[in-house]
Design a protein around this ligand. Structure first.
Ligand code: ADP
Length: 402
């Protein structure tokens, strides 16, 4: 059973064709700078295997349709091909960022669903419009292939109102849908389920805090396999400090800065989303560069790292209180999976909560799910590589009953 997973951005899209019989990746890649004078296409055949082959093309892609039709060609072409014909693709799974309150689980896409996703665009202006475009293009190219939307927000739909409501006038929720939605849900759900499996536990009765730490980062509290709170909010700007996003700040900073500097709302929004976080504090936003700078004694890089660890540690403490008892703490995504210094920094001083990392285990680099807590640590600390594509493909099959 072959499932094509598509993740569309405004000027790019990522794709992966999975063979769900053995969960292997037949090919994966990325088309970037769509609409620019020069675009680029990356296509990896059998990625991650001994026989991986990488193909790249530098040429303009006028729109998503031209990029996607080129990928479809390559799927079946003599040298790059991994399938005999497009009819082998059983279904298409699309990542959609915002499902609002309308979609609390993945759904088969039809004209009505597409319309609702489009109508949710004000809540995700950068994300939902390109998803709609990607869905339309792929449905045109694969007219006989069923498509499923898998929402970043759906895992968080189980949050109780006490966690998702903001203490502002209730009418803002009723009239403008202002509430916490949460993001990275596919990843949080995947690693929470995997953590239960790794520990041979049922999801019922299993409490876990999941830390998805990448360019964008978020933390979730999960009880009985259901999200009960998460750090991102109405938008992915909220929560912990990130690569270029501030995370939580005093909202009164905005009117204060507007008054002091004359900056408008759009400028302030851009400052918090694109010029803040690590980048804002120390001028760099890749954790590897930040560690290199720290080693050279860069005080701002040191400060930024300490702020990052502090902000995540606070959320772990908060979610410990929300859950009451914690069985596992999970790290995932670019930083969570690869950065032992960040994991150690975050967990420093949490021994009183029963969270004790084993330095030797933490230092091991591996692509496998692994335990990094000390023997006897009351909370099991795990590193679990996330796999949003597999999770999207699994949801797609489930929705379609495949
Ligand atoms: P995205 O949110 O874009 O999906 P990723 O989950 O891929 O991000 O995470 C990207 C971030 O992971 C990079 O910016 C980098 O800071 C961090 N990262 C990746 N590899 C390493 C590594 N070996 N050590 C430390 N940090 C890493």
């Amino acid at each position: 059973m072959k499932i094509l997973v598509i993740n569309c951005g405004s000027s790019s899209f990522k794709y992966q064709l999975l063979n769900m019989d053995d969960r292997s990746v037949l090919c994966s890649g990325l088309v970037e700078r769509i609409g620019a004078d020069m675009g680029s296409l990356t296509y990896k055949k059998a990625p991650g295997s001994d026989v991986e082959r990488k193909f790249t093309e530098q040429r303009p892609f006028a729109d998503h349709a031209s990029g996607m039709s080129r990928v479809m060609e390559m799927l079946c072409a003599p040298e790059t091909g991994v399938i005999g014909s497009l009819s082998e693709i059983a279904a298409c799974g699309h990542r959609v960022v915002q499902g609002g309150e309308e979609f609390t689980s993945s759904v088969r896409i039809d004209a009505h669903v597409l319309d609702v996703i489009r109508k949710l665009s004000p809540l995700a202006p950068l994300h939902n419009p390109p998803s709609v475009q990607g869905i339309e293009v792929s449905m045109n190219l694969l007219p006989n292939c069923p498509s499923v939307a898998v929402f970043d927000t759906e895992f968080h739909a189980s949050m109780p109102p006490s966690a998702f409501m903001y203490p502002i006038p209730y009418a803002m929720y009723e009239e403008h849908r202002v509430r916490r939605y949460g993001f990275h849900g596919t990843s949080h759900g995947y690693v929470a389920r995997k953590a239960a499996k790794v520990m041979s536990r049922q999801e019922t009765g299993f409490n876990v805090i999941t830390c998805h730490l990448g360019n964008g980062s978020s933390i979730s509290a999960v009880r009985d396999g259901k999200c009960v709170d998460t750090s991102m909010g109405l938008t992915p700007l909220a929560g912990v400090m990130m690569g270029t996003r501030s995370g939580d700040v005093d909202p009164a900073i905005l009117p204060y800065l507007a008054g002091q500097t004359g900056m408008g709302m759009a400028e302030l929004d851009s400052m918090l989303n694109r010029q803040s976080g690590f980048l804002g504090v120390c001028g760099m936003n890749d954790m590897r560069d930040i560690h290199a700078a720290r080693e050279k004694g860069d005080a701002k890089a040191e400060l930024a790292f300490a702020m990052f660890c502090h902000s995540i540690r606070k959320y772990i403490g908060a979610y410990y209180a929300v859950l009451g008892r914690v069985d596992a703490l999970v790290f995932t995504a670019g930083i969570g999976e690869n950065d032992d210094l960040a994991r150690a920094g975050i967990c420093e001083g949490l021994e009183g909560l029963g969270i004790t990392i084993d330095p030797a285990r933490n230092a091991i680099r591996s692509g496998e799910a692994r335990k990094i807590s000390q023997q006897g640590s009351r909370v099991r600390v795990l590193v679990i590589p996330t796999n949003e594509e597999i999770a999207i493909a699994e949801s797609t099959m489930k929705v379609l009953g495949l």
